[in-house]
Design a protein around this ligand. Structure first.
Ligand code: CA
Length: 652
């Protein structure tokens, strides 16, 4: 104890009070108050003197005892952390994790122990539980969690429902492919009564914005979501539903002691800037292994989106390899049923043909198994360790560069362990991995060096299926920068340049967004392997300026900054690749918008702009021009309804 006090004094951090502890962020603006009162532990969060999270419960229910009540605070320790690290495949290449940490030891009436750890940064608060070995227990099942989020009255929500298990197409849900509702009151029940998928975004009126998510989840734990809102408790961390993964596996987490739970994260501030720019999901995790090789990012073309299953044949895939080569793109994604349509025997030949053109092949797989009824093949080749080893060794041998693995069973620890196994095995065979029909990533770009991105959104495939999704594309793509894509790489699957959702570009339903809206989405939607869903016909049909621009778009970013926006209405982000800034602006509404943008990074410069202009009866199309950013960093642009803009310039 003596040493602990000496450290506290040396660090200049306030001492502990009986039953109450206050921790502030390095800049002094964020303040977390921890309290144990009448045996219950709670925390609250304020920023700049404004309360974001009202006193909210903490605690765990385990198989050895209840650590939510009868608690007393035993000891509190403080420390500081400042760690710089680099990344290659997320929204930023350099990050700084800087926070003040507090660890509070509590004990229940039976002498059972738990430590709650809070990390308090300038715009992120995160907490987790540490469960030491208990009398007579070196293993435990964590059954449920009493981590709550009580928010001020009048808060509105940006949420999508967690789906009931084993529902939807071929019983493949939950797969995080649901509609978001914007600006709803907190007391609206979730559609299936299963609560809401992470991340969850809250607008606290004048006070600001708050995003709740989690990080550091793989084989070590189950993934979680938020419960429906409860008048007393607020939202609480909820574990997977029993029926997920076809009923296989427990709903809680089985852990060897000592154990840590994943981090629950809160990102907050007066604007959406902290939400867009947060790296909290990466700050709190560490790489789980060194990569066996360096993985190459890049653009990929994808026949399946508009040409569907029928295109999984030799001739069509050769056309897509040729298309990728013409565009200078790095990859072709060959989707489901290639084993039937092309045949395993001919795959080495296809890979070799692509190699000759400087193009890599990515191959689709069904993750199943027993998780659901998804029928597409190849099936039953990844879900047992020996079959998986054989398959991945074959992929390595024939020179395939990566896998897209689809149709997972939900959020149970069982499934999270499967994700980890797939990633670590794939790395040994030099394969990078995209997940579809899946959960959100939770710090995975840093934890797994060959992890690329997850779908986990109502992605582009829905545009092909129904007009209503084309109608909603503006809303969708202006929601994700502030939610889904803020917490991790997102495989939306396609900057789509066809005007009609068909192979002939003449029939079926139509796109609603402007050409530059689609192009700008390649900057807005962050994934180190990014789909540019162009088709051979686009080479002849697109204006030359648009086609040329599409050849140059990067997929990796050194820095990301929030410029302007409102979730579901419009979004403006700046991303830097090397010394060049790419500003993407999307208007998701059916009205034109005038924007006065502050671009200090391009102050006083001439910049290249391509901005959608509304034609009389057609979709908006790009007009390329040089524009000037004022000395004070201001530029004015107007975007037509469902139009977009791209501004490029070199770092000032
Ligand atoms: Ca999907």
């Amino acid at each position: 104890m003596k040493r602990f006090y000496a450290f506290v004094l040396a660090a200049g951090i306030c001492c502990c009070f009986y039953g109450k502890e206050i921790v502030t962020s390095p800049d002094g603006k964020m303040e977390v108050t921890l309290q144990v009162e009448r045996g219950r532990m709670a925390y609250s969060v304020a920023h700049d003197g404004k309360l974001f999270v009202l006193p909210s419960s903490l605690g765990l229910v385990t198989d050895f005892g209840d650590l939510t009540q009868g608690l007393t605070l035993k000891e509190v320790r403080h420390r500081k952390v400042a760690e710089r690290y680099n990344m290659t495949r997320s929204k930023t290449s350099k990050a700084l994790y800087e926070a003040n940490i507090v660890e509070a030891d509590v004990e229940n009436g039976q002498g059972q122990k738990m430590t709650v750890e809070f990390s308090v940064g300038n715009s992120d608060v995160a907490f987790r539980y540490h469960i030491p070995q208990q009398q007579g227990h070196r293993a435990s099942v964590i059954k449920s969690e009493m981590s709550c989020f009580r928010l001020p009255n009048g808060t509105t929500t940006f949420l999508c429902p967690q789906t009931a298990p084993m529902t939807g197409w071929e019983r493949t849900k939950p797969s995080y492919e649901e509609d978001y509702t914007a600006d709803a009151p907190m007391n609206v029940r979730s559609r299936d009564g299963e609560g809401f998928s992470l991340p969850c975004l809250f607008h606290l009126g004048e006070t600001g914005w708050l995003m709740v998510s989690e990080t550091g989840v793989a084989a070590n734990y189950c993934a979680s979501h938020l419960s429906d809102y409860d008048g007393e408790r607020g939202y609480s961390v909820a574990y997977p539903a029993e029926g997920e993964n076809n009923g296989v596996g427990i709903t809680g987490a089985a852990v060897g002691l000592p154990a840590y739970t994943p981090w629950r994260t809160l990102t907050l501030g007066p604007t959406l800037k902290p939400v867009v720019e947060t790296t909290v999901m990466y700050d709190l995790v560490k790489p789980l292994y060194e990569p066996h090789q360096t993985y190459k990012p890049g653009r990929y073309v994808w026949s399946w989106l508009l040409w569907q299953d029928a295109s999984m044949n030799w001739d069509d895939q050769v056309r897509f390899v040729d298309l990728a080569a013409v565009m200078g793109y790095e990859y072709v994604l060959v989707d489901a049923l290639w084993d039937e349509g092309i045949g395993r025997d001919r795959m080495p030949e296809l890979v070799k043909y692509a190699e000759g053109k400087g193009v890599g092949i990515l191959l689709w797989y069904n993750s199943n198994g027993a998780a659901n009824d998804a029928p597409q093949s190849p099936r039953n080749v990844l879900n047992t360790p020996t079959a998986r080893e054989r398959e991945m060794a074959w992929l390595e041998k024939i020179g395939v560069k990566g896998m897209k693995i689809d149709f997972f069973g939900g959020d149970k620890q069982e499934t999270m362990a499967y994700y980890e196994a797939l990633l670590s095995d794939a790395d040994r065979h030099g394969l990078q991995v995209i997940f579809h029909g899946c959960t959100i990533p939770r710090g995975w770009e840093r934890m797994f060096p060959n992890y690329v991105a997850s779908e986990a959104c109502l992605a582009s495939e829905n545009l092909y299926f129904e007009q209503r999704h084309c109608d909603a594309e503006g809303f969708e793509l202006t929601i994700h920068p502030f939610l889904r894509n803020a917490i991790g790489s997102m495989d939306w699957g396609g900057t789509i340049m066809n005007k009609r959702m068909s192979r002939d570009n003449q029939s079926r339903h139509f796109r609603r967004t402007g050409d530059v809206f689609e192009m700008a989405s390649a900057i807005m939607n962050q994934s180190s392997l990014n789909c540019i869903a162009i088709y051979p016909n686009n080479l002849d049909e697109l204006p030359a300026d648009e086609l040329e621009w599409l050849k140059t778009v990067p997929t990796t970013w050194d820095e990301t900054r929030f410029i302007d926006g409102y979730p579901g209405r419009y979004a403006v982000l700046a991303r830097r690749h090397g010394s060049r800034w790419y500003i993407a602006a999307l208007n998701g509404t059916n009205e034109p918008i005038k924007l006065t943008l502050q671009l200090p990074m391009l102050a006083g410069q001439k910049v290249d702009a391509i901005i959608d202009q509304k034609q009389k009866s057609d979709l908006p199309q790009g007009e390329k021009k040089q524009m000037s950013v004022s000395k004070s960093g201001i530029i004015n642009i107007t975007l037509p309804s469902l139009g977009g803009g791209i501004i490029e310039g070199n770092d000032a």
